[in-house]
Design a protein around this ligand. Structure first.
Ligand code: PRP
Ligand code: URA
Length: 209
C-alpha cells in the first residue's frame, strides 16, 4: 500500500500486545502508549534531512552531521492523541505542539471540531498528527484538512492501530499523507470500533467510561 508504513519492530509489537489486553490498567496503558510513540517516532523521522557541521571534541575538530533547520510540529487530536505527545517530545524536544479537538458523533460517526490551537508558522513545518486510533478515518482526514487550510503541505499521521476503512478514508482525499501505524486490523464493527482494536483509546488513557 502506497504511503502506509506498518512498523513491525518487535518492541513495538510486544508493547502493542500489552496495550490491547483488556487487563492492562490506565497507568500501564499510558506508559506503554508513550513508549510505543517513542519507538514509532524513531522510524517516522528516519528521513529527516541532515547537514554537515563541525564540533570540537576534547581531542580536536570533528566533522559531524546534524539535523538541518527543518522545523517540526506535532499535532495530537484530542483527547487520545495526547497520550503520544510526550513520547515524541522525548526524541524531539524542540518540536512545537498544536492541538486539534475533535470528537466523533456516536450516531453519525462524523468528527465534530471543538478546539484548534496551532503554531503560527504551521505552514513552514513538517507536521506529524498523532491519534492512536484510525477507525473510519473521519477525524484524521478532518485534522489534515484543517492543517492544509492553514497552508501546511508536509503532513504525516502516526497511529497505533488502523482499520482498512480508516486508511482509505484518509487517502481518498489526502493520498500525500504518509500513514505510520503499528498494526492494520481486520475491520470496523457496527459502532465504528476497530476489531479487534483496543477498545476506546481515550477512555482507557484517562480512566473515563
Ligand atoms: C477516537 C480516536 C480518534 C477517533 C477515531 O476519538 O481517538 O480520534 O475516535 O475514529 P474515526 O477514525 O472514525 O474518526 P473520540 O471521538 O472517541 O474522542 P476522544 O479521543 O476524546 O475519546
Ligand atoms: N475510537 C477508539 O477509541 N477506538 C476505536 O476502536 C475506534 C474509534
Amino acid at each position: 500500500m502506497e504511503n502506509v508504513f506498518v512498523l513491525d519492530h518487535p518492541l513495538i509489537q510486544h508493547k502493542l500486545a500489552l496495550i490491547r489486553d483488556e487487563n492492562t490498567g490506565a497507568k500501564e496503558f499510558r506508559e506503554l502508549v508513550e513508549e510505543v510513540a517513542v519507538l514509532m517516532a524513531y522510524e517516522a523521522t528516519r528521513n529527516m534531512p541532515l547537514e554537515e557541521s563541525e564540533v570540537k571534541t576534547p581531542i580536536g575538530p570533528a566533522k559531524v552531521r546534524m539535523l538541518s533547520g527543518k522545523k517540526l510540529g506535532i499535532v495530537p487530536i484530542l483527547r487520545a492523541g495526547l497520550g503520544m505527545v510526550d513520547g515524541l517530545l522525548k526524541l524531539i524536544p524542540t518540536a512545537k505542539v498544536g492541538h486539534i479537538g475533535l470528537y466523533r458523533d456516536p450516531e453519525t460517526l462524523l468528527p465534530v471540531e471543538y478546539y484548534c490551537k496551532l503554531p503560527s508558522d504551521v505552514s513552514e513545518r513538517e507536521l506529524i498528527i498523532l491519534d492512536p486510533m484510525l477507525a473510519t478515518g473521519g477525524s484524521a482526514a478532518k485534522a489534515v484538512e484543517i492543517l492544509k487550510e492553514k497552508g501546511a503541505t508536509n503532513i504525516k499521521l502516526m497511529c497505533l492501530i488502523a482499520a482498512p476503512e480508516g486508511i482509505h478514508g484518509v487517502h481518498k482525499d489526502h493520498p500525500d499523507v504518509q500513514i505510520y501505524t503499528a498494526a492494520i486490523d481486520e475491520k470496523l464493527n457496527s459502532h465504528g470500533y476497530i476489531v479487534p482494536g483496543l477498545g476506546d483509546a481515550g477512555d482507557r488513557l484517562f480512566g473515563t467510561k
